[in-house]
Write a protein that binds this ligand. Structure first.
Ligand SMILES: [Fe+2]
Length: 197
């Protein structure tokens, strides 16, 4: 495995979590639906914990959490763009539209976050022992939450869009009701929505 690129992924993963905190803090200002607000408050707390975990993981692996890389700067830039997009939406006079923008921004942020952890878990299998243990432990603690963040957010985004179109929507989404934690379960939950509307 190419260690330099693994380090790059770790720096990007830290930056993704740090940006995720900003994204959730801004999204909460856009949230109208009370269930969604509760969900995002919970995910904000998870994301704060993930950021701390990622920072200490880098230190355990002998890396400087403050080190800048171009890839990391790009991840930061994208996070800032998501925050800016939500702030633009908040300036409009349509709270439902701002909530929808926030739901989309969260899916975008969580897609990268989910991919980071999936890749780190794969990489952990190929690392020498001490680093492998630290990385595997972190992945073991975080991966279920990252699955939930992505698949539930995709469900909220889809149903809020349908509602905005004046079409039947299932809120909270079936992903939430069925406590979805994998792509397969998410696909089944999406299928089942037809019987729920
Ligand atoms: Fe995370």
């Amino acid at each position: 495995m190419k260690n330099d690129q693994l380090h790059e992924l770790l720096y990007q993963a830290l930056e993704t979590e740090a940006g995720g905190v900003q994204v959730y803090e801004t999204a909460l200002r856009c949230a109208v639906n009370e269930d969604l607000k509760d969900e995002w408050e919970q995910y904000l707390e998870h994301t704060r914990t993930h950021e701390r975990m990622m920072r200490s993981l880098l230190e355990t692996m002998g890396l400087d959490p403050a080190k800048e890389t171009l890839g990391r700067q790009i991840v930061r830039h994208k996070g800032e763009a998501l925050v800016e997009a939500m702030n633009m939406a908040l300036k409009g006079d349509n709270p439902q539209a701002a909530q929808l923008v926030a739901a989309e921004c969260i899916v975008t942020a969580e897609t990268k976050d989910h991919q980071n952890w999936e890749l780190l878990s794969e990489a952990a299998e190929k690392l020498p022992s001490a680093d492998a243990k630290a990385l595997k432990d972190a992945c073991g603690q975080v991966e279920d939450q990252e699955d939930e963040h992505l698949y539930h957010s995709m469900g909220w985004n889809r149903e809020l869009w349908l509602e905005s179109l004046g079409l039947p929507a299932v809120l909270p989404p079936p992903e939430e009701e069925k406590d979805v934690k994998s792509a397969e379960e998410a696909a089944r939950a999406k299928q089942s929505r037809k019987q729920m509307v």
